[in-house]
Design a protein around this ligand. Structure first.
Ligand SMILES: Cc1cc2nc3c(=O)[nH]c(=O)nc-3n(C[C@H](O)[C@H](O)[C@H](O)COP(=O)(O)O)c2cc1C
Length: 286
């Protein structure tokens, strides 16, 4: 009842408030009814808890992570530099059947005044110095990267209880590199990139469908080459920091960070290990 009242307070009319309540009850019951999870069922003590609203719904979603014997420790690193370590985790994620887009990552940018924004993009390449993605150079993210190249990437592979957070600086890739990648994409994706002036306002869906149809007809000949628009291309993010996070059921999560030391920094050998290629690595408290 209290939950219903709180939905009503949000300005919802009675029928919408009932609908919201119904959805939240379903969500809560789903969260509380998993298999073999003592931790989760402990938090489900009947409908009175629902009256506390979103806080209890989230508490009901607590899930077991790794056993203590599966900790991720310094000795488990496959490399003393972060790119190989990243590739090892990425490979594990890529080979996990139920992870459909292991290369999906959140990209956080900020304006030069520090106003942040975040969205998902797909990692399309990685080498020993950078991570690559492709986008529209007129989009919000591109405008922000152009005025403030500092950004952050986050991969989260829920099924592995692992995530990787990367901080770095973005640069546009060369036009040749973007063109090569553009032409490696399926034709429909190339046309889609031409159609969309990403992040600008459009009257309706029809405008996009018509433009798409027009270009599909124009380039219907299988030998035709679709020119890459100037407003589309890649960025590479050159990392200065990688954090490898692995969740543990007792909440003593593992966090191992690779970073480039500050100039003149004195390294404390008790906490901080010298890696290769100028990296150092250390453990953070969870
Ligand atoms: C899983 C996933 C992958 C995405 N991959 C890309 C991508 O590689 N490039 C891209 O420009 N947008 C991608 N998008 C769409 C973006 O999240 C976003 O809507 C779009 O880029 C506009 O962002 P902006 O207005 O902040 O620039 C993806 C969305 C999702 C959910």
């Amino acid at each position: 009842m209290a939950a219903l009242q709180s939905f009503l307070k949000l300005g919802l009319n009675k029928s919408r408030a009932y609908k919201q309540l119904h959805q939240h009850l379903r969500h809560f019951c789903f969260a509380a009814s998993g298999t073999g999870n003592g931790d989760r069922s402990q938090t489900f003590q009947g409908s009175s808890q629902i009256s506390h609203g979103h806080k209890e719904i989230a508490a009901g979603m607590r899930k077991p992570y790794k056993d203590n014997n599966e900790v991720f420790d310094i000795g488990d690193l496959v490399s003393k530099e972060p790119f190989k370590q990243f590739l090892s985790w990425f490979d594990q994620a890529r080979k996990t059947d139920d992870i459909k887009e292991a290369n999906a990552m959140a990209l956080a940018t900020a304006t030069k005044d520090g106003i942040p924004s975040v969205r998902m993009v797909l990692m399309k390449g990685i080498d020993d110095s950078a991570i690559y993605f492709y986008t529209n150079y007129l989009s919000q993210k591109a405008k922000e990267l152009d005025e403030n190249p500092h950004c952050s990437l986050m991969f989260y592979w829920e099924l592995l209880n692992k995530s990787v957070r990367i901080s770095g600086v973005a640069q546009r890739v060369s036009k040749e590199e973007s063109t090569d990648y553009f032409h490696s994409r399926p034709k429909a994706s190339q046309i889609g990139a031409c159609v969309s002036l990403q992040s600008s306002v459009v009257k309706d869906r029809k405008v996009l469908d018509e433009r798409n149809q027009e270009l599909t007809e124009k380039y219907s000949d299988s030998t035709s080459i679709i020119p890459k628009p100037d407003f589309w291309g890649g960025y590479k993010v050159i990392p200065t920091r990688f954090e490898f996070w692995q969740g543990q059921t007792n909440r003593l999560h593992d966090r191992i960070v690779f970073r480039k030391p500050l100039s003149g920094e004195t390294i404390n050998p008790e906490t901080t290990h010298r890696g290769s290629d100028g990296w150092v690595f250390e453990r953070l408290m969870p």
